[in-house]
Design a binder for this molecule. Structure first.
Ligand SMILES: C[S@@+](CC[C@H](N)C(=O)[O-])C[C@H]1O[C@@H](n2cnc3c(N)ncnc32)[C@H](O)[C@@H]1O
Length: 194
């Protein structure tokens, strides 16, 4: 199946859209070949609206950042340092533009899962790349344990049609799991290392 990161030969048609979340406004550039090129994805918005931001302290990692909405908005809401990574070069270029556009000082890294990530984080946030397949999704979600501090938290969003319920069962083998929100089939999930 074609992935949104197979975009080397895809014509660029960059566009810009505004996002309002709570009472904060952001502007994002997006493009062909990048996840959700026209607007903030519904699952991403739900994730960002469900995370208890007053409980998020310390540095943040956004895995599979795309054009950068999660990392940029998380950093703005918490005033914390953020690292964002993706495997898609075009997404990373946009994430850099968007960090500048929204005045966020982000570290942006090309990385297959955690391959080029070093250090540990208080918070990892992801809208995982379901289309990349279960192996990659599990690598991101279970690999997070190696990059989280002992009190760290992982937040993610997944739809029931993408296997949310069986994923929760698997996550419960490794983490303390809490479903923070369910809306239109999407589950926002918080995981803490046991
Ligand atoms: C569902 S999209 C989420 C994008 C963005 N965070 C958002 O919420 O709009 C998943 C992202 O994961 C990226 N991705 C796919 N496989 C990856 C991998 N092996 N390592 C890192 N990122 C990957 C995709 O390029 C895509 O940008």
């Amino acid at each position: 199946m074609a992935q949104y990161f197979d975009n080397v030969n895809l014509k660029s048609e960059m566009r810009k859209f505004d996002v309002k979340i709570f009472d904060c406004s952001f502007s994002f550039f997006s493009d062909n070949g990048v996840f959700c090129k026209e607007h903030l994805d519904f699952g991403t918005r739900l994730l960002l609206e469900s995370i208890p931001w007053d409980e998020v302290h310390g540095n943040i990692l956004d895995v599979g950042c795309g054009y950068g909405p999660i990392g940029i908005i998380a950093s703005k809401f918490t005033n914390q340092a953020v690292t964002m990574c993706d495997i898609n070069k075009r997404a990373l270029h946009l994430a850099k533009m968007n960090a500048k556009e929204n005045q966020v000082d982000a570290v942006i890294v090309e990385s297959n899962c955690y391959e080029n990530i070093s250090g540990t984080f208080d918070t990892i946030i992801t809208n995982p790349p379901i289309r990349a397949g279960k192996k990659i999704v599990y690598e991101i979600l279970f690999g997070a344990k190696e990059y989280l501090l002992s009190e760290g938290q992982l937040f993610l969003v997944i739809h029931k049609d993408q296997g949310a319920k069986s994923l929760i069962k698997d996550l419960e083998k490794e983490y303390s799991v809490e479903v923070l929100k369910k809306n239109k089939g999407f589950f926002v999930i918080k995981c803490k290392i046991r």
